[in-house]
Design a protein around this ligand. Structure first.
Ligand SMILES: O=C(O)CCC(=O)C(=O)O
Length: 96
């Protein structure tokens, strides 16, 4: 996958004080895999000094971002239901 945008539509959020989403201004690159931890986590040093956007989703909101940007969701109290999908571009494909 060359580029990929994901969108999240938040359908139910029972506690807006927890479960903040963090998105870093730092995209994954192959060399980052030396910092992999666990199944799909990375050592936090991978985003050292990177700016981040932090938000608490509200019901009805749609957030779109590039999934190559490192991101994580804080533990959430109660329910958090979202509908998520993604659109991507494979190498060698272009839209005309
Ligand atoms: O729930 C969110 O705010 C974002 C979740 C997400 O993008 C992910 O889990 O990869």
């Amino acid at each position: 996958m060359q580029e990929q945008l994901a969108w999240n539509l938040y359908l139910r959020v029972s506690d807006t004080k927890s479960g903040h989403t963090h998105i870093f201004d730092r995209q994954w690159r192959p060399a980052d895999d030396t910092l992999k931890e666990g199944i799909y986590g990375y050592n936090t040093s991978v985003v050292a000094n990177a700016e981040e956007a932090i938000f608490a989703p509200t019901v009805g909101e749609v957030v779109i971002f590039n999934t190559r940007n490192f991101h994580y969701v804080e533990p959430t109290e109660g329910e958090r239901v979202s509908f998520t999908s993604a659109i991507g571009q494979l190498p060698g494909w272009c839209v005309q």
